[in-house]
Design a protein around this ligand. Structure first.
Ligand code: SAM
Ligand code: SF4
Length: 328
């Protein structure tokens, strides 16, 4: 599949639910309203849409949310989508999670086709972790991550760079990841969603965030790529693979290969745009031909790039949707 700008689209992120047991300060407000359950696609509908996308050229799927492991019986969906990996139609099925339910799910994931997971972890200090997630239990998440490691899952830790919050923890996080054989990805905060206060002041470019790592080591580029937007580096002497995700300071839209299916059936063509194409009625009423038609429309409407810079400067442009609606 190609969009109007000649980019190959082969990666689908599926937000399984917009609900979450955490309320990370940069992601959503404390009093967040979620979609009524009746608005959600059921697993059969998600699987049907995914199968059609795979038929048209999607090669990788990542399940995300909200918290994907918080939706009931999500292993049923994992199993269903896993069939496409087994048949060779899909290269990979992965998952991004806040880790709070990983201790339970790690053995289940091990039995599935999922081999790699991303776990969000913004702090290794219990009180700070609790404050950033508004209620998360660091010990529970670390136990979940340890269970993932024990069960042979490759883990990448996602850490959102927050000035004045966790910029003093980059070295300890790098050491934790290196000691456990995990990759570490750092993410710049993006200006998504209403009612999230204080985030603009917490923005810090990754060049600045990683400066302490350069004091006692070196960072050199690697050829390694995954389907996502991270650029990878080798951090020595720790021997850590470090991913940098810089939507704000170094735009990567020229390489964008993604569409995002939200839990209510809307396909978002760009995190930084309000445009979407609604697949829910298509799958419920129109059938596969309607889905195919909308997929072509989504490709045509995919914007060339996000407009976060202007949104950050707050020139009256606001993206109302939160990250949990579309998934990271
Ligand atoms: N709940 C799961 C988790 O936290 O990993 C999956 C969904 S979460 C929306 C996916 C990723 O988006 C997480 O790594 C999270 O840190 C990141 N994220 C959320 N809001 C963000 C924002 N405003 N800017 C940058 N990253 C954000
Ligand atoms: Fe939940 Fe993930 Fe958003 Fe945190 S970043 S509130 S864990 S969806």
């Amino acid at each position: 599949m190609q969009d109007n700008f000649g980019r190959t689209i082969d990666y689908l992120r599926i937000s399984v639910t917009d609900r979450c047991n955490f309320r990370c300060t940069y992601c959503m407000p404390e009093q967040q309203t979620f979609l009524p359950r009746s608005d959600l696609l059921d697993y059969t509908e998600i699987a049907l849409i995914a199968a059609r996308f795979i038929r048209h050229g999607i090669r990788k799927i990542r399940l995300t949310g909200g918290e994907p492991l918080a939706r009931r019986d999500v292993d049923v969906l994992i199993q269903e989508l896993g069939r496409h990996v087994q048949s060779g139609a899909l290269d990979e099925l992965t998952l991004t999670t806040n880790g709070s339910r990983l201790a339970h799910f790690a053995p289940i994931l091990k039995e599935s086709v999922v081999r790699r997971i991303n776990v969000s972890l913004d702090s290794l200090v219990p009180a700070k972790f609790n404050a950033v997630t508004r209620g998360g239990d660091l010990g529970q998440v670390l136990d979940g991550i340890a269970a993932a490691k024990r069960n042979g899952l490759a883990v990448r830790i996602n850490m959102v760079a927050l000035k004045g919050v966790n910029d003093d923890e980059i070295v300890s996080m790098a050491k934790y990841c290196a000691a456990n054989g995990f990759d570490l990805a750092l993410i710049e905060t993006m200006p998504l969603g209403d009612g999230v206060s204080g985030r603009t002041g917490q923005f810090i470019p990754l060049d600045e965030f990683v400066a302490p790592l350069r004091e006692n080591g070196s960072i050199s580029p690697l050829d390694h790529r995954t389907a996502g937007p991270a650029r990878y580096y080798r951090l020595e002497p720790l021997g850590l693979r470090l991913g940098l995700i810089t939507p704000m300071s170094h735009n990567f839209c020229g390489d964008c290969n993604r569409l995002r299916l939200a839990s209510d059936g809307k396909v978002h063509m760009c995190l930084g745009s309000e445009f979407y194409v609604d697949f829910r009625e298509a799958i419920r009423i129109g059938g596969m031909e309607a889905v195919d038609g909308l997929l072509q429309k989504a490709l045509r409407l995919k914007p060339e790039r996000h407009d976060f810079e202007r949104q950050m400067e707050d020139k009256g442009l606001r993206l109302h949707r939160h990250m949990n609606a579309t998934g990271g």
